[in-house]
Design a protein around this ligand. Structure first.
Ligand code: NAD
Ligand code: MG
Length: 304
């Protein structure tokens, strides 16, 4: 008996997004910065057992900052499963998370390069790009994803040192890394920045962080105009509340954490895995007319 195409393939089950993943209330938990995905409860889903690739990024060479955990890890897993070689940067205290990602990339038969180091240091940012280019044999995709977020009730509680650390990590590092990477990027290459709903709708307790995300959205739009004629696309992803170590290591108050994502129309936080396909789409040739755009994933709350 003849079967049509739809019958032959396995059909994708409809999934109700409101109950697909854990909902609040969450258990109280606090880790010291920068936190580990391995110690979160429940453990975030980065697509370890769910993301299926189809060769969309075969042979590409990607550098992802903050690739050890959270959204960066989800992008790293997806890129490797789509056929890319991947270098990840992370803070030295995150070696445990990073090694899990390295193993997952290698399982796909792809090159995995682990590049620990502190992004607040300009010379490290330059070395990072150099080592990624050497290890990968070039660079096609740069994902500026790492960030620092520390919640403070009042502006009076933010020291100059803390303010500086947030600016260095979130604003300076992408500037230094992008400058170092640009000479290696050819037409068709892309830069992706992780911004936030905070860029448009800042929370009172994220005074410094929210400013940096407005800066991120802005550099994406400016750089896209600058690099468009060179054939290099620059886009951003604006997440809403996502279940990652950043939130349990000073990024949110305990009160906010317990109800995390509960105020979105979907009633729960997003999982990093739910953003992976956006990072793939923005790097893929199929997204070739999108540049200077911000793509949201915020459970129905916030606007990119
Ligand atoms: P995460 O903690 O998993 O990732 C952040 C990463 O930043 C860390 O893993 C760490 O490797 C890196 N990092 C921070 N400071 C560093 C430093 N000085 N040197 C080297 N690495 C450093 O959390 P995440 O939520 O996946 O964060 C990824 C991106 O998503 C960030 O840009 C964040 O602003 C953005 N974002 C997150 C949310 C959310 O709710 N989780 C919402 C909007 C935007
Ligand atoms: Mg981490």
């Amino acid at each position: 008996m003849k079967k049509d195409k739809a019958e032959k393939g396995t059909s994708a089950q409809l999934e109700d997004p409101t109950v697909k993943y854990p909902q609040p209330p969450f258990k109280k938990q606090q880790q010291s910065w920068p936190g580990l995905a391995a110690n979160m409860e429940p453990r975030p889903d980065h697509g370890e057992s769910s993301y299926q690739g189809s060769g969309r990024l075969a042979g590409r060479k990607a550098l992802i900052t903050g690739g050890d955990s959270g959204i960066g890890r989800a992008a790293a897993i997806a890129y490797a499963r789509e056929g890319a070689d991947v270098a990840i940067n992370y803070h030295p205290d995150e070696e445990q998370d990073a090694q899990e990602v390295v193993a997952l990339i290698k399982e796909e038969g792809r090159i995995a390069i682990a590049l620990p180091g502190d992004l607040r240091d300009e010379s490290f940012c330059e070395t990072l790009v150099q080592k990624a280019v050497e290890g990968l044999g070039g660079l096609d995709i740069l994902v500026n994803n790492a960030a620092r977020q520390q919640t403070q009730e009042s502006i009076l509680d933010i020291t100059s040192e803390a303010f500086d650390a947030t600016m260095k990590t979130n604003v300076y590092a992408p500037f230094w890394i992008t400058k170092a990477a640009l000479p290696h990027l050819k037409p068709g290459a892309c830069i992706i920045g992780t911004t936030s709903v905070q860029a448009q709708d800042p929370s009172p307790e994220l005074f410094d962080y929210a400013q940096t995300k407005a800066a991120t959205t802005n550099y994406i739009r400016s750089l896209a105009k600058q690099l468009g004629p060179k054939g290099i696309r620059v886009n951003g992803v604006a997440p809403g509340p996502i279940w990652t170590p950043l939130q349990v290591s000073g990024g949110a108050t305990m009160e906010k954490l317990k109800q995390f994502g509960g105020d979105t129309p979907l009633g729960r936080p997003g999982q990093p895995a739910e953003l992976a396909s956006l990072y793939v789409e923005l790097a893929d040739n199929t997204g070739s007319y999108s540049t200077g755009q911000i793509f949201g994933a915020a459970g129905g709350g916030g606007q990119p």
